[in-house]
Design a protein around this ligand. Structure first.
Ligand SMILES: O=C(O)CCC(=O)C(=O)O
Length: 190
């Protein structure tokens, strides 16, 4: 073990996630956020996939030992960064992410991957923090595509189960986030 304890790894296996894990100090995260904002100011939102292949400052982030050590504790030392994405929720925007499972549409065989989410600002209930339902990585759900302009997912996909929110929270692992209500933007990279 380099960074995670045996209990952390066990929890990840049972719940489907480990949190928190400090990969960057606040100052480093602010510097990366500064790079995102500088790019956006000059060229608009970063909407293309795999931006770590373009930006050297992001390439440095995905190679950070503090991050890779945690991933290594989960899957061993043979690590390949397959993708990266920014989820940016601007201040008081209506943007949100519907409940979904990435495995449903990434098309990987075998369908196994580790996702590392890096908060580039404080992440909390008031600013659209990501939500995960523990244990739901053990079951695959059907998805449907939706049409909301405000949905940040590429296909605006959503778990296709007609149940109420409380039931959905019990029923399936997925990730989602609500709109951001506080005053500064909330970039989240993965
Ligand atoms: O950042 C978010 O709100 C959601 C992230 C997410 O759903 C994902 O990484 O698939």
């Amino acid at each position: 073990m380099k960074r995670l304890s045996t209990e952390d790894v066990e929890h990840n296996r049972a719940a489907g996630f480990h949190c928190p894990g400090l990969a960057m100090a606040a100052g480093e995260a602010a510097a990366v956020r500064g790079q995102v904002e500088a790019h956006e100011a000059a060229h608009g939102p970063i909407k293309f996939g795999k931006p770590h292949l373009l930006f050297t400052w992001l390439d440095r982030v995905v190679r950070k030992a503090s991050l890779l050590d945690m991933v290594e504790d989960l899957i061993g030392p043979n690590i390949f960064c397959w993708g990266s994405t920014f989820f940016v929720k601007e201040a008081r925007s209506a943007h949100f992410v519907t409940w979904h499972q990435d495995a449903n549409y990434l098309g990987l065989q075998p369908n196994e991957l580790v996702t590392a989410w890096l908060a580039l600002t404080p992440s909390n209930a008031c600013n659209g923090a990501m939500r995960i339902i523990p244990g739901t990585h053990k079951r695959a759900f059907d998805h449907k595509e939706t049409f909301s302009e405000q949905n940040l997912l590429s296909r605006r996909q959503e778990i296709a189960v007609a149940v109420d929110e409380a039931e959905r929270l019990r029923a399936c692992k997925r990730r989602s986030s609500l709109p951001r209500n506080s005053g500064s933007p909330s970039p989240m990279a993965r």
